[in-house]
Design a binder for this molecule. Structure first.
Ligand code: ADP
Ligand code: MG
Length: 397
C-alpha cells in the first residue's frame, strides 16, 4: 500500500513558514542527550525543507512535565543544540512555545533557517488538545508538517491541532513508518513470522489478535509466555502471570488453530529463585516449572526451535524480548532470536518496541534489521490495525 496522505513533496514550501511537529523526546542525563536516534530520524525531512527554501519551525514535547510552566531540566534547548551539531544548519532555540517571543523569533526568520520552540507540554492544555493551543501554534506557520511518528497516536494540540487551520502534510519519517508497518499486513512475503515477547499479555493482546489474522507463524516468549502456560494447564510457580488473561490467551490459541497459524510456545524455560542481577538460571521443561521458581528466559531448546522458524521466514515482525535480557545471564534467548533474524539476510525484518530495540543495540545487531521503528506506542497501534489520529488529520493525496 502506498501512503495515502500528502507529504512535503506534494506542497510548495519555498519561502513559507513550515511549522513541523517532530519527536525530539530524547533521553537526557544531567542535561546531556544519551540517545539522539529520534533527532537523527527527523533530519531527512528537515534537510528537504531547508534545501527547498522553507523557514522551519520545529516543535516537540520532551519527557513528562507537569504542565504548569517551564521546567528547565525538560527544555528542548539540548535537542536544538544537538540538531545544529548534527546538521551544521542555522538553528535558533527560543524559550517560548507560542507567546510573543516565539512570534518574534519566527517573524525574523530567513529561508533555510530553523527555529526550535520550547517544550509544548509545559502547558497542560497541549495534552487536552485545547483549540486555543492549536490556533496559537498555527499562527507560527503557513504549512503544518507532522513528522513525529512517536506521538502520532496521540490526539494532542501540537500533533493534530494545526491541521484544522493550515494545509497539513506528512514528513518522510512518518511516511516511511506508516508505510512499513501497514504494508506488512497488506501483502507480506511468506512465510510471515511474528515474534512477540515482553512482559505482559494484557499490553499486547491487540497486537497478538491482529497478527493472528496475517502471519504464518507466531512465536511467543518473555513474561507473557507464562500466562499461555496457564492456559495450557501448566503451573508456573513464581513466574510473571496474569490470571485474568488466561481466558484471552486460550482464545488466542484457538484463533491460531482456526486460522492455520503455527503458534510456538517455549518448550523449555530458564528459571531462577529470585529476580535480580545475581540470580542464577537453571533450565527446566516448560511443563515442570517448580513452585518456588520464576521463569526468566526461554531455554536453549526453544531458542533452537525459534531460530529454525526464523531462518525460513521471508517477513519477520518482532516486538518484545524473550527474557529478562537486562541481566546478561537471561539474555541468551533474546540474543538467539536477534541473531537468527540478523542471519536471515533475505527476509524483511521489522522491529517495534523500546526494549526490543534496546536489546538489539546491546547485541550490536540493530544495523542488520530492515526497519527499526522509532515509535513504541504508535507502532503497536499500527500493528493492532488502528489508524493514528495524527495521520488521519493530514490532507489526502
Ligand atoms: P518492548 O518495549 O520491546 O515492547 P515490553 O516493554 O513489552 O517490550 O517488555 C520488555 C520487558 O519485558 C523487559 O524489561 C524484560 O525484562 C521483560 N521481560 C521479558 N521476559 C520476562 C520474564 N520472563 N519475566 C519478567 N519480565 C520479563
Ligand atoms: Mg517496553
Amino acid at each position: 500500500m502506498a501512503f495515502e496522505k500528502k507529504t512535503v513533496r506534494d506542497i510548495d514550501v519555498d519561502g513559507k513558514r513550515v511549522l513541523m511537529r517532530v519527536d525530539f523526546n530524547v533521553p537526557l542525563e544531567d542535561g546531556k542527550i544519551t540517545d539522539d536516534t529520534r533527532i537523527k530520524a527527523a533530519i531527512p525531512t528537515i534537510t528537504y525543507l531547508v534545501d527547498h527554501g522553507a523557514k522551519v519551525v520545529l516543535m516537540s514535547h520532551l519527557g513528562r512535565p507537569k504542565g504548569d510552566g517551564p521546567e528547565p531540566e525538560l527544555s528542548l534547548k539540548p535537542a536544538a543544540e544537538k540538531l545544529a551539531d548534527l546538521t551544521g544548519f542555522d538553528v535558533t532555540f527560543v524559550d517560548d512555545t507560542y507567546g510573543d517571543k516565539a512570534k518574534k523569533a519566527v517573524d525574523a526568520m530567513e529561508p533555510g533557517q530553523i527555529v526550535v520552540l520550547e517544550n509544548v507540554r509545559f502547558d497542560k492544555r497541549e495534552k487536552k488538545n485545547d483549540p486555543e493551543i492549536a490556533k496559537k501554534l498555527s499562527e507560527l506557520g503557513d504549512i503544518f508538517v507532522l513528522d513525529a511518528f512517536g506521538t502520532a497516536h496521540r490526539a494532542q494540540g501540537s500533533v493534530v491541532g494545526p491541521a484544522a487551520y493550515l494545509p497539513a502534510v506528512a514528513g518522510f519519517l512518518l511516511e516511511k513508518e506508516v508505510d512499513t508497518l501497514t504494508s506488512i499486513f497488506k501483502n507480506p512475503a511468506r512465510p510471515f513470522v511474528a515474534i512477540v515477547g515482553g512482559s505482559k499479555v494484557s499490553s499486547k493482546i491487540g497486537v497478538l489478535d491482529h497478527l493472528l489474522d496475517s502471519v504464518d507463524t507466531l512465536i511467543i516468549g518473555g513474561g507473557m509466555a507464562y500466562t499461555f502456560f496457564l492456559a495450557k494447564g501448566y503451573t508456573v510457580g513464581e513466574s510473571l502471570q496474569e490470571p485474568d488473561w488466561v481466558e484471552p490467551a486460550k482464545q488466542m490459541m484457538e484463533k491460531a488453530k482456526k486460522n492455520g497459524v503455527k503458534l510456538l510456545l517455549p518448550i523449555d524455560t530458564v528459571v531462577a529463585d529470585h529476580y535480580g542481577p545475581d540470580a542464577v538460571g537453571e533450565v527446566v521443561p516448560s511443563s515442570a516449572i517448580p513452585d518456588d521458581r520464576m521463569g526468566m528466559d526461554i531455554g536453549p531448546e526453544t531458542a533452537k526451535l525459534y531460530a529454525d522458524a526464523i531462518a525460513g521466514a521471508a517477513t519477520v515482525f518482532w516486538n518484545g524480548p524473550m527474557g529478562v535480557f537486562e541481566f546478561d545471564q537471561f539474555s541468551d534467548g533474546t540474543r538467539a532470536v536477534a541473531e537468527a533474524v540478523a542471519d536471515n539476510e533475505d527476509c524483511t525484518s521489522i522491529i517495534g518496541g523500546g526494549d526490543s530495540v534496546a536489546a538489539l543495540n546491546k547485541f550490536a545487531l540493530a544495523d542488520k534489521m530492515s526497519w527499526i521503528s522509532t515509535g513504541g506506542g504508535a507502532s503497536m497501534e499500527l500493528v493492532e490495525g488502528k489508524e493514528l489520529p495524527g495521520v488521519e488529520a493530514l490532507q489526502d493525496k
